[in-house]
Design a protein around this ligand. Structure first.
Ligand code: NAI
Ligand code: 15L
Length: 295
């Protein structure tokens, strides 16, 4: 059972000390998706663990600060990916389409893009990738179930399917080429939980940082899968199969439970978005071939 606690400090007031504990200092880390919600949160945090943080995205980003390199690089551009991986020890792969979209939108960023990244990493000799996968790989499991990492995927969307592809790609690149990956099936990573589903799926920003540091520094990971959630009292995920990664969450959604339950009132457990772990993703679409709307 999780312990109710709420971090009283603001991010960075008291930086985590894991780099000192592990002596970790990478020469160059690459963070893709750096213009996105999580990328912007992680950029200042991950700088502490490396000499140089290279950040990339399709979209414009803040200019490079000390110890940073900023690169505009579409994931679907093979040559750009090869250049991007030059001199990179490890990758935090957060770039790509992050919600449900027509397949034609998901394909280049999340499927072709993931392939380009892995192939460039292999050719460049990158040692490890931390892959921002999603709970939507297993979104059609029920909210009443607790599942371990090694279940049959049940994607709830084209987006979830693309993440399942990324996970299989990671497994293949480890088995065939020895390139290690920690796949993180992220739940809902936000400053605080905002609805009933997130009482189970929430991952705090500090716990995300803890998880990334564990994923980067665990001595041997092969291809490991860990659900990215805080120490929430209600959970759908059993991380025992990934315990060698050494992730120890320290936050919990519990302090927000009473307010969220009071605000939302009773829910209808027969509605698909309440029944399944993927929530609203399980009812999105289908899209037509041009992505112009439901048919
Ligand atoms: P986001 O949508 O805010 O950021 C994604 C970034 O990827 C954007 O800045 C976008 O410009 C970039 N991008 C998209 N297509 C690209 C392409 N073809 N080439 C290069 N860059 C491209 O998403 P967010 O919330 O920051 O999530 C980051 C990652 O974590 C995503 O991969 C998402 O699937 C994953 N994730 C996030 C969760 C969350 O709670 N925020 C939950 C589960 C997974
Ligand atoms: C995800 O995979 C999305 O990227 C994020 O925007 C949230 O919707 C999250 O899952 C979630 O399930 O809450």
């Amino acid at each position: 059972m999780g312990v109710a606690r709420r971090s009283t400090r603001k991010a960075h007031e008291k930086p985590l000390q894991m780099n000192e504990l592990t002596g970790l200092r990478f020469k160059r880390l690459l963070l893709t998706g750096a213009a996105g919600a999580l990328g912007r949160m992680l950029r200042p945090r991950m700088k502490r663990y490396c000499e140089t943080l290279r950040v990339s995205d399709l979209a414009a980003m803040d200019p490079a600060g000390e110890g940073e390199e900023v690169v505009i690089a579409p994931l679907e551009d093979e040559a750009a990916m090869y250049d991007l991986l030059d001199g990179v020890d490890a990758v935090l792969h957060f770039g790509g389409v992050s919600i449900e979209k027509p397949f034609s939108t998901v394909l280049p960023a999340n499927i072709v893009g993931a392939y380009n990244l892995y192939e460039a990493a292999r050719r460049r000799g990158t040692k490890r990738i931390v892959f921002a996968s999603s709970n939507h790989v297993t979104g059609f499991y029920g909210q009443g179930e607790t599942i371990p990492a090694h279940v049959v995927p049940r994607p709830d969307s084209y987006y979830g399917l693309s993440k399942a592809f990324g996970e299989n790609l990671a497994q293949f690149y480890f088995d065939r080429h020895g390139l290690e990956t920690v796949t993180i099936r992220i739940g809902s990573c936000l400053p605080e939980p905002v609805d009933r589903r997130q009482l189970s799926s929430w991952l705090s920003h500090d716990d995300m940082e803890r998880l990334l540091v564990a994923a980067l520094t665990a001595p041997v990971v092969g291809h490991s899968i860990v659900y990215g959630a805080s120490d929430n009292r209600t959970t759908w995920w059993d991380n025992s199969q990934g315990k060698h990664v050494g992730y120890r969450p320290q936050d919990s959604s519990e302090p927000w439970r009473a307010a969220i339950e009071a605000k939302q009132g009773p829910v209808d457990p027969t509605r698909p978005e309440v029944k399944y772990q993927g929530g609203g993703f399980v009812v999105l679409g289908p899209f037509d071939f041009a992505g112009q709307g439901a048919k």
